[in-house]
Design a binder for this molecule. Structure first.
Ligand SMILES: Cc1cc2nc3c(=O)[nH]c(=O)nc-3n(C[C@H](O)[C@H](O)[C@H](O)COP(=O)(O)O)c2cc1C
Length: 342
């Protein structure tokens, strides 16, 4: 036996010993079965890459959207650049956190200025709250939006609509107008693409229907079931506030519920459905959830993650890179062998 053959034989025997030792630990109950999928082991080879596709006018290599997370602190700078770098490496899209700090001043622009790191071929969206948009209209300053997009070299703007979070925040804004009306005003005024999102509570059927009738670039679910800003604001508040308002954190819609809403609305509206691109986000744990939800939606989509990516981005770039690499490999495997049950 030569050296190579001996190594292979040693590896094999270690593996076989592991199998015998670990077989008892490796028991699963059929209750743990993921009933969302048909597992079809006979029908495909192991595929080796994801199929790039066009979304909002750019080529997407990896269908994971980096959901908006706040900038404006030194830590956020490091996070944003780790996120942009990994998006560049895997051909992903990125939504910036609220760009309010750079609306009137460029002092903190460097925390958000990720375009070069991200690469011009990947989607970059700026982000503002609907309350800031109301304010810009009231002050006749809507040109500030155009300047914001230009200085970030962004592809467009995400507007977050978060009435529950604002209401629970001691320093929170109050909306003077129905957000849908403000959104229509923005669409009339600007030419760049607009995405609308919640921040982790999701969006109900009737609101979703009104949004789908508009010429938006996309709707980002930011659904209930992951990071919840009502809960977060309550954690920041007094015990009394927590006692009074904790039920609010349970209000909202999960990603799967929103997909059912969306499929129904698209069917109902037919030609009147104008916005047909979606970012499925809010509580997406991993590629299995992402793969399932994208395939369940009858319209073009990517899936978004915030807190999960934040966790790895805070550790290090390598940690984030390894996580995304694993997600891409998982998505390829899912494409080969997981089919959705009807
Ligand atoms: C630290 C942090 C900061 C966030 N800041 C913003 C923000 O500035 N603008 C926004 O639209 N959403 C913001 N979000 C909400 C996320 O974009 C996302 O909608 C929400 O966290 C749900 O996704 P997840 O369950 O994957 O975390 C933030 C989320 C996190 C975790």
């Amino acid at each position: 036996m030569n050296k190579l053959e001996k190594n292979i034989s040693d590896d094999l025997s270690t593996r076989k010993k592991d199998h015998i030792k670990m077989a008892f630990e490796a028991q699963v109950s059929s209750l743990q079965q993921d009933t969302r999928f048909l597992y079809e082991p006979m029908l495909s080879e192991h595929k080796s890459s994801l199929q790039p596709f066009s979304f909002l006018g750019k080529q997407i290599q990896t269908p994971i959207w980096i959901s908006s997370m706040t900038g404006g602190t030194q830590l956020a700078n490091q996070i944003n650049f780790n996120l942009a770098k990994v998006a560049n490496a895997f051909g992903m899209s990125m939504g910036l956190g609220s760009c309010r700090p750079i609306l009137y001043s460029d002092d903190q622009l460097s925390d958000f200025d990720v375009r070069k790191t991200l690469g011009y071929e990947n989607l970059l969206f700026a982000n503002l709250g609907i309350a800031q948009i109301e304010e810009l209209f009231d002050n006749n300053e809507i040109h500030k939006l155009i300047e914001l997009i230009a200085k970030l070299q962004a592809d467009g703007l995400i507007i977050h609509v978060n009435p529950l979070q604002e209401w629970l925040q001691p320093e929170g804004d109050r909306f003077k107008y129905a957000p849908i009306d403000t959104i229509k005003r923005v669409l009339d005024k600007v030419k760049f693409p607009i995405i609308i999102k919640e921040v982790g509570q999701g969006i109900g059927y009737h609101s979703l229907k009104e949004l789908i009738k508009l010429p938006l670039a996309a709707i980002d679910f930011a659904a209930h079931g992951g990071t919840n800003f009502s809960k977060l604001e309550l954690i920041r508040s007094s015990q009394k506030e927590k006692d009074y308002f904790q039920s609010i954190q349970s209000i909202g819609h999960s990603a799967i519920e929103m997909i059912d809403f969306t499929n129904d609305i698209l069917n109902e509206l037919g030609d009147k459905a104008i916005c047909k691109s979606f970012i499925i986000s809010g509580g997406i744990k991993d590629f299995v959830d992402g793969y399932y939800l994208m395939n369940k939606l009858n319209s073009p989509s990517v899936y978004g993650q915030a807190s999960t990516l934040l966790k790895y981005a805070l550790e290090s770039y390598d940690s984030l890179h390894n996580y995304i690499d694993a997600q891409v490999k998982g998505l390829i495997l899912a494409n080969s062998y997981f089919q959705l049950r009807q």
